[in-house]
Design a protein around this ligand. Structure first.
Ligand code: FES
Length: 180
């Protein structure tokens, strides 16, 4: 018998030295990474709910994670480990940005629109000072950097129309540090 992992509900046997990141990816699980599994981005965070003792000791990059959390690119089965590790990624399958909320207007119509950035012919002005010249749209981006979710909207500053929106889970904040 050797070690295996059930990661986000998908079971996979672990080969010697294989990281949970590699096992999860081989099982078709999307694990975010922007550091090429170098232990720097922390996007590959997982929560280990069983079998944590079967894993190698936390590395220097994992030292300030809360108990039960590991970087999947840094942990692998310890030598001679036998049993099953159960873990899950912190990404939810889908996120939705709510368009309506209590006490907020359903649209910008009827409200005074007073942007700092305006157009005067081809000139784009910021507080009256020309910062750009060109005929294209004037777009702004609104970012809600939340503890669990990051939401972004691209807005046409002349019409207030929402041009695009996106959201993703803030996995870095979920890996909050231990109290000192
Ligand atoms: S992939 Fe970047 S820290 Fe693990």
């Amino acid at each position: 018998m050797s070690a295996s992992v059930t990661l986000s509900g998908r079971a996979r046997s672990l080969t010697a030295g294989q990281t949970l990141f590699a096992a999860g990816t081989a099982a078709g699980i999307l694990i975010p990474s922007s550091c090429r599994q170098q232990g720097r981005c922390r996007e590959c965070l997982i929560e280990v709910t069983a079998g944590a003792a079967l894993l190698t000791a936390p590395t220097a990059e994992e030292r300030d994670l809360r108990p039960g959390f590991r970087l999947s690119c840094r942990c692998r089965p310890a030598d001679g480990a036998e049993g099953t590790i159960v873990a899950h990624t912190l990404l939810r399958p889908t996120l939705r940005i709510e368009d309506r909320a209590l006490h907020l207007p359903a649209s910008a119509r009827g409200f005074a629109h007073d942007p700092a950035v305006r157009r005067d012919g081809d000139a784009v002005l910021l507080d009256g000072r020309e910062v750009h010249r060109g005929p294209g749209p004037i777009l702004g981006i609104a970012i809600d950097l939340g503890t669990t979710t990051v939401a972004l909207r691209v807005i046409d500053l002349e019409s207030t129309a929402i041009v695009a929106s996106a959201s993703f889970e803030n996995s870095l904040a979920t890996a909050a540090s231990r109290p000192p």
